[in-house]
Design a protein around this ligand. Structure first.
Ligand code: AMO
Length: 428
């Protein structure tokens, strides 16, 4: 018999079906036993009235994996956990696929006030991922990635794959992981920046999803050492053009999540709205923050300022552009002496993206590398790539985890990372 998923049961009332999944909860009296069975689509009540099934039932602990063959019957189930309340399964057979040991962390926390600490949950992430709240986060993240692809394909962008082992730091700075590459020293990619630029100079409009590594030593709620980025780069474009692409892209992603995931959003208590868009210069933002008595750096926004932007402009992608040149990486196009064509995008109080127009002129690029204390010799092939027909171009990178946490209003980035890598965590 083919397996039926739990959300398909309502179409099979009166039929015998095979369902498979995890034991969500168990309850037994001497003559009749109940269990709730969960699969990725929902939870259903199973009634076991035949004594021949009790031996197997008595062996079960929560999260054991079983197969049930049984009859789909009308019912009126009260339990909040059950998703198919109008039916239940009268079990005819119970097969144990794998008995679970006593759980190191609860999967089904009846008492919401007793929350397991995140670090312990992450130690047992493989158990934590049995929780429907946790699954909801990653279902939403999956749709986020699919919606990004959908949007980019409609924009006629070409998807590209880039190397993860690179010769020179793409973002400047020292926050890189060294790799021994045969006789040479190499680095784990901090971003696909140099490659996406080189590619936009021939393929015009490109996008990528890649894993990136940043060896930042500090432990914060918004940084991880291995993250995923959605990148975009476009030829014959400036900062204004690509900010508009990013705004429409985030709006499309949010809209798709609202369409696909009303249940998950309800479970996670998220009231999602398609964001508006606001453009502010860095100077305007500084003025705005002064009024609010909030500190802004000379060439960077503080976390507090990002939060305030979220309060002043809720459910809005706020672009802070004309960013001070000193606060942007070497590849960002200067605007006059001190300003730049660089921007950050702040959404619901946190930076989700940075980008800008790039330098496509080799001599200016060399100048900017030197100004940032970097050696142009280490960037020779990147600089040379702009000597043989390089259009002006612009782009951005969005952190997948950052966008997920801002869409879902989740405070700790580790919650939205399947297997986070941070200063203290390398397993699982
Ligand atoms: P940036 O370094 O600002 O820009 O990174 C782009 C976006 O990636 C996310 N991000 C991170 N998320 C979690 N943990 C981290 N340690 C982390 N670092 C970055 C953020 C950030 O906005 N090459 C440029 C982009 C471009 O100009 O196209 C870049 O990497 O959401």
């Amino acid at each position: 018999m083919n397996r039926t998923y739990i959300n398909e049961l309502s179409a099979k009332e009166g039929q015998t079906v095979l369902i498979q999944g995890w034991v969500h909860s168990l309850r037994g009296q001497s003559k009749i036993k109940f269990l709730q069975l969960r699969d990725i689509t929902g939870v259903v009540q199973v009634v076991l009235a035949e004594a021949k099934l009790f031996d197997n039932f008595n062996k079960l602990l929560a999260e054991s994996v079983i197969s049930i063959t049984g009859l789909v019957k009308k019912a009126n189930v009260k339990s909040e956990e059950v998703t198919e309340k109008s039916l239940e399964i009268e079990a005819k057979e119970l097969e144990i696929i794998n008995l679970a040991l006593p759980l190191p962390i609860p999967v089904f926390e009846k008492d919401e006030s007793i929350k397991t600490e995140l670090s312990k949950r992450l130690d047992y992430r493989y158990v934590d991922l049995h929780k429907k709240e946790v699954q909801a986060i990653f279902k939403v993240q999956s749709t986020l990635l699919q919606a990004y692809h959908e949007f980019m394909i409609k924009e006629n962008a070409i998807e590209c794959l880039f190397p993860s082992i690179i010769g020179a730091s793409s973002e400047g700075g020292t926050e890189v992981y060294p790799v021994q590459y045969f006789e040479k020293k190499a680095l784990l990619s901090q971003s696909c920046q140099l490659y996406k630029q080189m590619l936009a100079c021939s393929m015009e409009k490109i996008f990528a999803v890649s894993t990136v590594w940043r060896a930042e030593k500090h432990n914060t709620l918004r940084h991880i050492n291995e993250s995923r980025q959605m990148d975009f780069e476009m030829a014959f474009a400036d900062d204004k053009v690509v900010m508009d692409v990013l705004a429409r892209c985030v709006q499309h992603i949010v809209k798709r999540i609202m369409e696909e995931h009303p249940k998950e959003l309800e479970l996670l208590k998220v009231n999602l709205k398609v964001p508006e868009v606001k453009y502010l210069t860095f100077a305007e933002t500084t003025q705005l923050m002064k009024k609010q008595k909030i500190h802004v750096g000379e060439d960077d926004l503080s976390g507090e300022a990002e939060e305030m932007l979220g309060k002043l402009y809720p459910d809005t992608v706020v672009f802070v552009h004309d960013w001070p040149l000193s606060g942007k990486p070497f590849y960002i196009m200067p605007k006059g002496k001190d300003s730049s064509y660089g921007f950050d995008a702040i959404y619901n109080g946190m930076e989700i993206s940075s980008g800008g127009q790039r330098i496509h002129l080799p001599e200016l690029l060399k100048e900017r590398l030197i100004a940032k204390g970097l050696n142009p010799v280490n960037f020779e092939s990147y600089i040379d790539s702009f000597r043989y027909g390089a259009p002006n171009h612009a782009g951005w990178g969005v952190g997948v985890e950052r966008l997920t946490m801002q869409i879902l209003g989740i405070k700790n980035i580790r919650e939205v990372t399947l297997f986070p890598r941070d200063r203290d965590r390398l397993t699982p």
